[in-house]
Design a protein around this ligand. Sequence first.
Ligand SMILES: Nc1ncnc2c1ncn2[C@@H]1O[C@H](COP(=O)(O)OP(=O)(O)O)[C@@H](O)[C@H]1O
Ligand SMILES: NC(=O)OP(=O)(O)O
Length: 318
Amino acid sequence: MEKLVIVAIGGNSLVKEDGSGSVQEQYEAVCETAVNIADMVEEGFQVVVTHGNGPQVGFGLRRSEIANEVKGMPIVPLVNCGADTQGGIGYQIQQALTNEFARRGINKKVATVITQVEVSQNDPNFKNPTKPVGSFFTFEQAEEMKKEHPDWIFIEDSGRGYRRVVPSPKPIDIVEKDAIKKLIEAGFVVIAVGGGGIPVIKKDNNTYEGIDAVIDKDFATSLLAEQVQAETLIITTGVSRVCINFGKPNQQALESITVEELKQFTAEGHFPPGSMLPKVEASLSFLEKNGSRVIITDPESLKDAIVGKAGTHIVNMK
Ligand SMILES: Nc1ncnc2c1ncn2[C@@H]1O[C@H](COP(=O)(O)OP(=O)(O)O)[C@@H](O)[C@H]1O
Ligand SMILES: NC(=O)OP(=O)(O)O
């Protein structure tokens, strides 16, 4: 089999920050990423695609709340909003890749797996929401909204504005991992654990039940990479390289870095929670469980990054 690479697409890389982008505009952004993924397939890599849903799940939740406030329509629970984004974004990636392969005459089939991801009901993150979802707001807008919705919690997100946060438990297991493995073995380009997967808790007799949360897609992707024994994990996001002193005059982009160096920079606080920290922690976890390499870059740089010409490369010196 070709070398197995997992590519995680950041939810923010598919939308406009203020949430004004249309579904068609999101599809156009997906199509641009599909071109880069098709390049990798042509280079001979077997690719699994995962994606985020931070903006989209927040937009869906807000649409449901507004429909409830204005028309009394039933609220769509957060877990279902997540499932909806997994289907909606999965559909767009699936169609964009299918069409790109058809245009190039690449003989590859694409399949999206609706993926449940097990979490623990006792995960402390349920009591401490940290996952930013939906649009970015100014401080004043966030304060205004808190007056109307006292239970909402906002955090400042990497200098980009304020965002509402929801609980984000850690993924324990991927319920559909065997189906995903079978599709990979059969040569499919698989899209899975979209939006970090649909959070579920395990009940008696191997049954599952959805729970309101948004799993970080970087952690879910790292777990998938481990479970399907991928060689390389690529996390695409809004920046071409991870930086130290991000946003400061002495900002420095990292090209190649060891696990030990990355741990040191993490301890020094260079990576904020809710944005770069989960990517770094997910990368370290994958490498510590025998993954070979991780690349963090933007979607445009994918083709160059895989051959070492772009992105931040984190290497396992073991
Ligand atoms: N140290 C850092 N290096 C690079 N980018 C950083 C750093 N700290 C914060 N960021 C910001 O975090 C963003 C990635 O987080 P986010 O947009 O939440 O991820 P996603 O692409 O998965 O939606 C980057 O685009 C950048 O704006
Ligand atoms: N679920 C998730 O982590 O989404 P983003 O990558 O879009 O934040």
